[in-house]
Design a binder for this molecule. Structure first.
Ligand code: ADP
Length: 261
């Protein structure tokens, strides 16, 4: 039961320290289980809506003989099924991360990854400019993590940008950084702390209708932070959103050989 704590023994310092450790452990455990309960509840809630929609549409298709309407209904069902499957992929990724599964780290070159991510975007996306302030920047990460981060940040930028997206890659003394700027509406300061929370959306209907799961930035934050990296959101000089991700530089005191140039 939450709230139970060991009483602090009066005299013995060692015992007091032990009791304090034990109590802080209890508190962390309670927080973790509260987080897990909320996550499970939120996930069920999020899964319910596409499933309900598929059901309703399928009922329409089954009972209505008009083939044109059936075609439309099937297209809607397909779109909902795709949303559901993206949601499940996200949940699975986060569950693996929660379970502490960490792919092995290796030096990952960010300019190359950023160009590849930009090329994976749909052809009708806003223009993406990749500028490497340095020739190369090697991050201490797993390739799949960098791909996940860039895919999600670029996909979001495309969703909101009016016409331009800039990806800048920088190498510092001990960090390798990616900055993604867009010229969209940006994220109001009061939401910036929470956009990395699971299922959080700034404006519900806007991103629901564009098919977002609300898990993209949560996965980004998780992938970066578990490597000791940092991710922040602010305002881009173009007026839109600016997402900055920094990883530790590969070879910078990671017990790892510096990559060959
Ligand atoms: P979703 O899958 O809904 O896009 P994310 O976790 O990727 O979920 O993003 C969370 C919310 O942050 C989005 O719903 C949107 O409101 C906001 N957001 C993310 N990226 C941007 C951006 N580049 N510009 C404006 N708002 C953004």
């Amino acid at each position: 039961p939450p709230g139970r704590r060991l009483p602090m023994p009066e005299a013995n310092d060692e015992l007091r320290a032990l009791a304090a450790d034990f109590n802080s452990l209890l508190q962390r455990q309670e927080e973790a289980s509260r987080r897990l309960r909320r996550f499970t509840g939120d996930a069920a809630h999020e899964l319910r809506s596409p499933v309900a929609s598929i059901r309703v549409q399928a009922e329409v298709a089954v009972t209505n003989p008009d083939p044109e309407l059936a075609q439309e209904t099937l297209a809607d069902i397909l779109a909902e099924a795709e949303r559901l499957s993206a949601l499940l992929d996200g949940l699975l990724t986060l569950a693996r991360s929660d379970a502490g599964e960490l792919p092995p780290a290796e030096p990952v070159e960010l300019v190359t990854e950023a160009r590849a991510a930009a090329e994976r975007l749909p052809a009708d996306s806003p223009q993406v400019r990749v500028s490497g302030v340095v020739g190369q920047a090697w991050a201490h990460a797993a390739p799949a993590e960098v791909e996940l981060v860039l895919n999600n940040l670029l996909r979001n930028a495309c969703r909101y940008a009016r016409s331009r997206i800039t990806v800048s890659v920088l190498a510092g003394h001990s960090t390798a950084r990616v900055v993604v700027d867009d010229d969209g509406p940006g994220i109001p300061p009061e939401h910036r702390d929470r956009v990395f929370d699971r299922f959080y959306r700034v404006a519900d209907d806007r991103s629901r209708s564009s098919g977002g799961s609300g898990l993209g930035l949560a996965m980004v934050a998780e992938a970066v932070r578990r490597r000791g990296g940092r991710v922040t959101v602010g305002e881009s000089p173009e007026g839109g959103a600016r997402f900055q991700v920094s990883w530790r530089r590969a070879g910078a005191g990671n017990g790892e050989a510096a990559p060959a140039r």
